[in-house]
Design a protein around this ligand. Structure first.
Ligand SMILES: C[S@@+](CC[C@H](N)C(=O)[O-])C[C@H]1O[C@@H](n2cnc3c(N)ncnc32)[C@H](O)[C@@H]1O
Length: 223
């Protein structure tokens, strides 16, 4: 997939994929969207009840969500186990372009960002005393972990670009990855996605979205 680096409205980078007519993040602000949807409505929401969190992310991509989760965990003393899967990793050329910019707000965050991209695939690493990180090279549809997760960052490309990842089968798989009380978050607000998640037993909230989006979804596994 050929990509072009873009700078979004908050000054943070993202990629545009011409063939998919899609971007990795919102053009209204890549970092702002990730911080709002995944960190505030996902990780911080979970942290109000629990001191540790097992995150599963669909789509490592630029590593923006992973970095923001790391910075959150360091700042708020959250014990974090972060697992992310990626089927189409960035190329060396993409990475070089991305590294001219930053999502980090701390020096340790920036160090983590560099490390996260450099670490080998499919190997769980201790990146700080309270943060474990693993990136899996593979297809979400073939992923079958032994553990369950507390928070799912469902960050697939939009349905017009990758309809299969928003179909009921894919969403049911995400629910199966979730432990009781676990939380699923996404920038997506599609009615069909909300109804599918509800049919698989999640309590789904329609929350105000990040800049440029009226709504987003958060689901909680109540059974
Ligand atoms: C919207 S981008 C995610 C952005 C990413 N979370 C970030 O912070 O940059 C979607 C990501 O999902 C990946 N992806 C697409 N299909 C996938 C699949 N079947 N399994 C795993 N990853 C997939 C894409 O390559 C892309 O990196």
């Amino acid at each position: 997939m050929e990509k072009k680096l873009i700078i979004t409205k908050d000054g943070s980078p993202s990629f545009e994929v011409g063939a998919l007519k899609e971007t990795y993040h919102s053009r209204h602000g890549a970092r702002t969207e990730s911080e709002f949807v995944y960190i505030q409505q996902g990780l911080a929401h979970w942290h109000r009840q629990q001191q540790q969190c097992r995150v599963f992310e669909l789509g490592f991509g630029t590593g923006c969500n992973a970095l923001l989760a790391y910075e959150y965990a360091q700042k708020h003393q959250l014990t974090l186990e972060y697992t992310t899967i990626e089927k189409y990793p960035l190329t060396e050329t993409d990475l070089e372009a991305l590294k001219q910019h930053t999502y980090a707000s701390t020096a340790t965050g920036q160090d983590f960002f560099q490390l996260a991209h450099a670490l080998p695939w499919n190997k769980k690493e201790t990146v700080s005393p309270s943060v474990h990180f693993e990136k899996i090279l593979g297809d979400y549809f073939e992923y079958s972990p032994k553990t369950r997760f507390d928070v799912v960052f469902y960050d697939a490309f939009g349905a017009h670009a990758q309809a299969d990842l928003w179909a009921p089968t894919a969403l049911e798989k995400a629910v199966e990855l979730m432990d009781t009380n676990a939380v699923w978050v996404s920038y997506c607000a599609k009615g069909s996605v909300r109804r599918a998640l509800q049919s698989f037993g999640l309590h789904v909230e329609r929350l105000p979205g990040p800049p440029g989006k009226r709504e987003m979804l958060r689901g909680t596994r109540v059974e």
